[in-house]
Write a protein that binds this ligand. Structure first.
Ligand SMILES: [Zn+2]
Length: 138
């Protein structure tokens, strides 16, 4: 029993909820199964497809440039969300630079609007380490 249980646990599937680090809402489900591609499903039911690192970098750079333009506009200069968004986008570019060209999954929180970029090696390591079914992305 012990050895069979040990063997089976290696092949156990891991299904977890990915939770927003800002507001604790469930953003997506991640399903890791042996011999299958990992699957990420948004809470609205849509499959989250991985985005190439180059594409993710361009999208993030475009958003960052737009945010900086808006921040330079006197009408929006006092928007408290802008500095956060700019810092967040800069952190995402750093993150992409550290993932060694891995594709990333964009996780969007429909409750608070936060967005996260995560590579599958990073997500699966977090899922495997998690003691509960809820994995906080922050
Ligand atoms: Zn959120």
């Amino acid at each position: 029993m012990g050895s069979v249980g040990g063997f089976l646990s290696v092949f156990r599937s891991h299904q977890r909820e990915l939770v927003c680090g800002y507001c604790a809402s469930v953003m997506a489900l991640i399903d890791l199964r042996p011999f299958r591609h990992p699957r990420v499903t948004h809470v609205n039911g849509a499959t989250v497809l991985p985005m190439g690192e180059g594409m993710a970098r361009r999208v993030t750079q475009t958003r960052l440039a737009s945010a900086r333009e808006v921040q330079a506009d006197p009408l929006f200069v006092r928007d408290p969300d802008l500095p956060c968004f700019i810092e967040h986008s800069e952190r995402q570019l750093d993150y992409l630079a550290r993932q060694g060209g891995e594709p990333v999954y964009e996780l969007l929180c429909t409750d608070c609007g936060a967005n996260y970029l995560r590579s599958m090696p990073h997500l699966s390591a977090q899922v495997r380490r998690s003691a509960t079914s809820r994995v906080t992305v922050s």
